[in-house]
Design a protein around this ligand. Sequence first.
Ligand SMILES: C[S@@+](CC[C@H](N)C(=O)[O-])C[C@H]1O[C@@H](n2cnc3c(N)ncnc32)[C@H](O)[C@@H]1O
Length: 402
Amino acid sequence: MSNVNTLELNGFVQQCTSALADNTLQRLVFSKYCGDNKELKRIAMRPVELKGLRLLSCLYEYRTNHITKNVELAEVETLCQQWLESEFQNAHLITQEWEVQLSISKKGKVLINKYRNKNVPKAGEVDAAINSEAAPHNRAKKRFVEQDRPYLRELGITDASGEIIPAMSRKWKQINKFIEVLSRAIDNTGLANNSEVHIADFGSGKAYLTFAVHDYFIDKLQVSTQVTGVELRQGLVDLCNQTATKLALTGIKFEQGDVQHFKAQGINIMIALHACDVATDYALHMGIQTGAEIIMCSPCCHKQIRPQMKSPTLLAPLLQHGIHLGQEAEMVTDGLRALLLEAHGYDTQVFEFISLEHTSKNKMILAQKRTQARDNSAILQQIADIKAFYGIEEQCLETLLG
Ligand SMILES: C[S@@+](CC[C@H](N)C(=O)[O-])C[C@H]1O[C@@H](n2cnc3c(N)ncnc32)[C@H](O)[C@@H]1O
């Protein structure tokens, strides 16, 4: 890249170093690599503090693996200068207030776009949000996913100008809520400290959430990750693999398979969102068996328990209505799943994932692996009592756990 306008490059590097100095830098990403290393694709930097020392953590994203190196702040200016002069054609600086996009054309022309960081409230909004309990509409919305992420465009969530396509706004809310819930579980389990995290998504479908979790680890947490989406339908598997290739992503792949026969090992996060009926039980079983630190599932269609349920005499007048019996069967199925997870070493919560206004499949079972073993005999007894009360002969997850 000869003839690059160094004045503009220097100006950009200056903005990066100033953001570092005043502690407002959030991320700095160099992409469109054009140097000699055939494997390197991007370098993503974020500030970290190690043993009281402020450093920049640099995630080198290669075609097949990722490596993290920490650099001292004093080195950053020289590195940025060198990378922009000869190795990268794009850079993206994100500070608390601004985003600056730099791109260098093949002829060396430098184009810089600066715009306000959409993910933070404008000056005054924070105070307004804190002070104004009475006016919740003023409260700034914290998004866990940035709207400009390339996969959102590729999956048809955003349009060419980066705006959410109105018909996809529910999906967009679901993706954000999913990452919000997951991020808390990641904090609780300390998974962001792993050098690599393995994730399996059973019944990945069109893979909105699979791409979202991959992007969250790579881009936000800068932790190397291997994500596998498992899906029955070959057409969706091919489509999702093509999307990953188009986005030049590494560490994400889709395999055709039935969760009932899939063999997984060394999984840290097991996800099963809306996998049909007992597919959820098979996924939960696999998560427990591989010792996943986080198990996240949103059950769908509860067919196994309902025909087995005998209405206890006292409840018969309530459960004579089909809709009530269906709701009861769903509650009993997911309640038993949660108890079985508790009995197998997981702290488990069942809660509304996203409000009914956005989807009817709105329940989340979140299980986080306990670090301390405990006596589970009382829970196993509770499971036996509940089954006896409703006359339930078999629950799939319990059978799988043996
Ligand atoms: C309702 S979609 C959900 C997709 C995605 N998880 C989401 O929440 O956006 C359920 C997907 O699970 C797949 N599926 C159902 N049973 C499965 C099984 N036994 N093994 C693998 N995939 C399964 C279906 O083909 C479908 O694509």
